[in-house]
Design a binder for this molecule. Structure first.
Ligand SMILES: Nc1nc2c(ncn2[C@@H]2O[C@H](COP(=O)(O)OP(=O)(O)OP(=O)(O)O)[C@@H](O)[C@H]2O)c(=O)[nH]1
Ligand SMILES: [Mg+2]
Length: 234
């Protein structure tokens, strides 16, 4: 018989999902909650909260996901949303450079209220699409992880949750277990090896941590010419 611990035995954490409108925040959650993929963009109004129940090789975890409207015309971001948050996902669309350029802004807003120790995964969605032109760079930061996924191709969907659970439970070898196997959307055209290679290339070229807040770095100077976007300059 499958072991299913009761909810009270789980560790429960509030997790914010931030990012520009249309990057796929609600889709990511829906995929995990129901397995379904919705083609149409129905903007979130205000926020939706949904709890994901996860089994790991250590401890059962409940992530209370706060899916917040990316478009301020649909409610915007209230400081109250951040209270008692224990972790966050900042999502962007790998095919739209403006959403990558916004990651720093979301990160700064989060840090203003929650500080810079909250575990955060910066997460590029829609990995099966053609990538935006500027090269993406990620700066090493103690509380931040980076990953890419495709909700449409059902590729790497578990990774952001696994990365967060590892940090929340402070177990580097934590793995999610008993997760449902999700299928790509019918007729979805994707190349898994290429997606993995692109994600690995961002991870391999990771920039060193910033020494001082005022420090400028070479890629950022080049970034002014839109050849690079440093995702987390917060
Ligand atoms: N090609 C592709 N499209 C995706 C993927 N994930 C989501 N989408 C599409 O992106 C659009 C926006 O998705 P949503 O999940 O509603 O975006 P959101 O970030 O919640 O947007 P707001 O609620 O407005 O902040 C929808 O049309 C989805 O079908 C993906 O992995 N690949
Ligand atoms: Mg939404």
């Amino acid at each position: 018989m499958e072991f299913r611990p009761s909810l009270s035995a789980r560790h429960t954490y509030k997790c914010l999902i931030l990012g520009d409108s249309g990057v796929g925040k609600s889709t990511f959650l829906r995929r995990h909650a129901t397995g379904q993929f919705e083609d149409q963009h129905v903007p979130t109004h205000g926020l939706n909260v949904h709890t994901l129940l996860l089994e790991t090789n250590y401890q059962a975890v409940a992530l209370e996901m706060w899916d917040i409207a990316g478009d301020s015309r649909h409610g915007g971001l209230h400081n109250g949303y951040f209270f008692f948050a224990k972790c966050a996902i900042i999502m962007f669309d790998l095919s739209v450079s403006s959403t990558a350029a916004s990651v720093t802004r979301w990160q700064q807003r989060l840090e203003e209220i929650c500080g810079n120790e909250l575990p955060v995964v910066v997460c590029g969605n829609k990995a099966e699409l053609e990538r935006m032109c500027p090269e993406l760079l990620f700066r090493k930061q103690d509380n931040l992880d980076y990953c890419e996924l495709s909700a449409r191709a059902a590729w790497n969907l578990e990774e952001p949750l696994q990365l967060l659970c590892r940090r929340l439970l402070m177990r580097k070898d934590l793995k999610l277990i008993s997760q449902p196997v999700l299928k790509p959307v019918k007729d979805c055209d994707y190349n898994e090896a290429a997606m993995k290679e692109q994600m690995d290339s961002v991870l391999q070229k990771m920039l060193p941590p910033k020494i001082k807040a005022s420090e400028t770095c070479e890629p950022n100077e080049v970034g002014d010419f839109k050849r690079f976007i440093v995702l987390n300059e917060g």
